[in-house]
Ligand binder design. Structure first.
Ligand code: SF4
Length: 695
């Protein structure tokens, strides 16, 4: 134990948890971190931090870290420790064998939103250049892929439109399907400061989140909708705006496609979208919907922040487009204090998407079928690239079950635990011939792996992360990689072993290549970040040197903003007598995602199990008391948790977190998914809950 205050030097780096991207000073004694101090000059956090970034970094040196590469022939065999060279050579020969036997498209890979931009870029490059296909996807598939689709269609880019600081100019803040107090705490504090100054808050969420009625702020309107009815709700808000003459005609005329606006206006004007008609669908009183719509439209500066409660639905992409419709119709885009802002869950989900981690897009969101774009990459990478979009993660699982997909390279994602319908995922992984897992821990996916390549934590490597406001910040190595290689070096070695030469001595060279090939990253360099602390893309010619704080100021990236008719389609997850409750899921403050990191820190003391929140009325009906063990059964599976009886829930809706794999949240979620992107519908599962004996 090293006493505080004994630090010998410090290194500025970026938190590896959520999409706020707080900057920290890692205070060091030798190669040991003494403490993490939030950096006052960090533009995303200005000296603030939450309990994850501040205290939950000890996992980096936890005894469970994998420090030796391992291989095995079958997943029932014991692991055998081998050298890096042997592990890499084995992985490469297995991938080559599979491609020779089953064809070029029988292998693929998954990039990580926990890794750096440079690492995500290298993995997708390996798959495209060395595997020769576009079978690359990322964990954004299961979180914000509908943002990519929806905002891309409406605005021309999926990026958040504002800086976090912009909220300080907002008069009205509309939070939809997000719980920033737990999931983006430092931004939530900034938001609350503005609310204490008098800004008005509207929260659309099935639960009474902390933001709805915290000790310091109170929402003017809590639209406690039923899970799965987002699109009905947004259309009702739009109906009020349109029929009460609250649209910003000047903004629409100057900035949007008029024909699409007129069609949309006629669509949302239909009586079926009136709050009085929608009340029975959403469960939100019509008067509340009307008042909230008026408040948002009259601003004068109204901003929307949304999270996975918007995207993780069968109509996730539709809802994102519905949000864009509302913002454009009210003229709430293109200046400070307004905008449409996806709150990204993971530290680098924006960056991994920017880096070409989707099966249809090269870096910079450019379609693989575009011959001009492909020619640019072909010239730079020295290979011919496939013009065919590759497989998305769920398609990889389906193809594995069908026998046509046999090999997978997974960097920093625990798909066996974080993807829906665990039983299907497990069966697909078991059906593959070679799974290469690169991770810092022996995670659930590793149980199906044949090659285990030790990963490196954010403290062990150089690179960059891009946060939810498009801010690119440096990640700086503070200690050597425990296993001897950083993640980017492992990918480089694997590419070379596959016969595709990659030569980089430092991630800075990778960033130079990214900046040369990716329009939104043009002008980004380590030197500039060193000088300015961070930059916000785009930061190329014609923009401020530090980048672009507000997007779409004079025109949308696609030219004119486009409206879409967003028809509400009820989810397939219907409540029945057998499954009478709707389950929805979320996060809590001290834990992070599947808990791989936070559970290996002292943060575990605050929350050491997933619990099922249930309304007192539903609990009483079932004879359930606070703390009782309950069985949760859905059409997909069943699990057991302890109950927490709370009136934060509405009757008929239950809620749990997914931080503990043994609690089985994803055993019971369905495999319904968004129509446009296959993002799973984690947020709506019909279940039955009953009291059981302690397991
Ligand atoms: Fe890290 Fe997010 Fe907490 Fe900031 S708010 S310290 S980025 S987890």
């Amino acid at each position: 134990v090293i006493a505080l205050g004994q630090a010998e030097h410090s290194v500025i780096t970026t938190c590896a948890y959520c999409g706020v991207g707080c900057a920290f000073k890692a205070e060091m004694k030798g190669n040991t971190v003494v403490r993490m101090v939030p950096w006052k000059d960090g533009k995303a956090n200005e000296g603030h931090a939450c309990v994850k970034g501040r205290f939950a970094w000890g996992y980096a040196t936890h005894k469970d870290r994998i420090t030796k590469p391992m291989i095995r022939a079958r997943i029932t065999d014991p692991w055998r420790e081998v050298s890096w060279d042997e592990a890499i050579a084995h992985a490469a020969s297995e991938f080559k064998r599979i491609q020779a036997k089953h064809g070029r498209d029988a292998v693929g890979g998954i990039t990580s939103s926990r890794c750096t931009n440079e690492e995500a870029y290298l993995v997708q490059k390996l798959i495209r250049a060395a595997f020769g296909n576009n079978n690359v996807d990322t964990c954004a598939r299961v979180c914000h892929s509908p943002t990519g689709y929806g905002l891309g269609q409406a605005f021309g880019t999926s990026a958040g439109t504002q800086t976090f600081k912009s909220v300080e100019q907002s008069d009205v803040i509309l939070v939809i399907g997000a719980n920033p107090s737990d999931a983006h705490p430092v931004f939530a504090s900034r938001m609350k400061r503005r609310l204490r100054q008098g800004a008005q808050l509207i929260v659309a969420d099935p639960r009474q989140t902390e933001l709805v009625a915290s000790p310091h702020v109170k929402a003017a309107h809590h639209l406690a909708l039923r899970p799965g009815t987002n699109v009905a709700l947004i259309n009702a808000l739009a109906h009020v705006v349109v029929t009460e003459g609250l649209t910003n005609e000047a903004f629409v005329a100057e900035r949007c496609e008029l024909k699409s606006f007129q069609q949309w206006r006629a669509f949302v004007s239909l009586p079926e979208h009136a709050p009085e008609a929608v009340e029975a669908v959403t469960g939100v009183p019509a008067a509340e919907l009307r008042a909230a719509a008026r408040l948002y439209a009259q601003g004068p500066n109204s901003a929307i922040y949304y999270g996975l409660g918007v995207t993780e639905h069968a109509q996730g992409s539709t809802m994102v487009m519905g949000i864009a419709n509302l913002a454009m119709a009210c003229g709430m885009v293109g200046r400070e204090g307004v905008g449409v802002n996806p709150l990204r869950g993971q530290n680098n989900v924006q960056g991994s998407c920017d880096m070409g981690s989707f099966p249809h897009e090269l870096p910079g969101y450019r379609h693989v079928a575009d011959t001009t774009v492909r020619a640019e990459f072909e010239a730079a990478w020295g290979v011919e690239l496939s013009p065919e979009p590759g497989l998305r993660i769920p398609n990889m699982f389906d193809a594995a079950m069908a026998g046509s997909f046999k090999g997978l390279y997974v960097q920093g994602e625990d798909i066996a635990q974080s993807d829906p319908n665990t039983q299907h995922v497990s069966a697909a992984l078991e059906a593959m011939e070679c799974i290469v897992v690169q991770d810092i821990f022996l995670n659930e996916t590793a149980k199906f792996a044949h090659v285990l390549l030790p990963g490196s934590s954010f403290l062990e490597k150089d690179g960059t992360f891009t946060n939810a406001e498009r801010r690119i910040s440096r990640v700086r190595q503070v200690m050597p990689p425990l296993a001897g290689l950083a993640d980017w070096q492992v990918t480089v070695k694997l590419a070379n072993a596959l016969g595709y030469p990659m030569h980089y001595d430092h991630p800075e060279q990778v960033m130079q290549e990214i900046a040369a090939l990716t329009p939104s990253f043009r002008g980004v360099s380590y030197g500039k970040i060193e000088r300015l602390g961070s930059v916000q893309w785009p930061c190329n010619e014609g923009t401020d040197e530090a980048g672009t704080a507000t997007m779409h100021v004079e025109g949308f990236v696609r030219g004119r903003g486009r409206f879409f008719n967003t028809r509400y389609v009820p989810t397939d997850e219907k409540v029945t007598r057998r499954f009478p409750l709707l389950l929805t899921t979320g996060r809590i403050l001290s834990q992070y995602n599947v808990g791989a990191q936070t559970r290996r820190t002292a943060n575990n003391q605050w929350h050491d199990e997933d619990r099922l929140d249930i309304h007192p009325h539903d609990a009483q009906e079932r004879g359930i008391r606070d703390g009782d063990w309950v069985g949760i059964t859905s059409r997909a599976g069943q699990t057991v948790q302890r109950a927490r009886v709370t009136d934060r829930m509405q009757p008929g809706v239950v809620w749990t977190t997914f931080h503990f794999p043994e609690s089985g949240a994803n055993v019971i979620t369905t495999d319904s998914s968004d129509w446009a992107t296959n993002c799973p519908e984690y947020k709506v599962t019909a279940v039955q809950v009953s009291k059981v004996m302690q397991p």
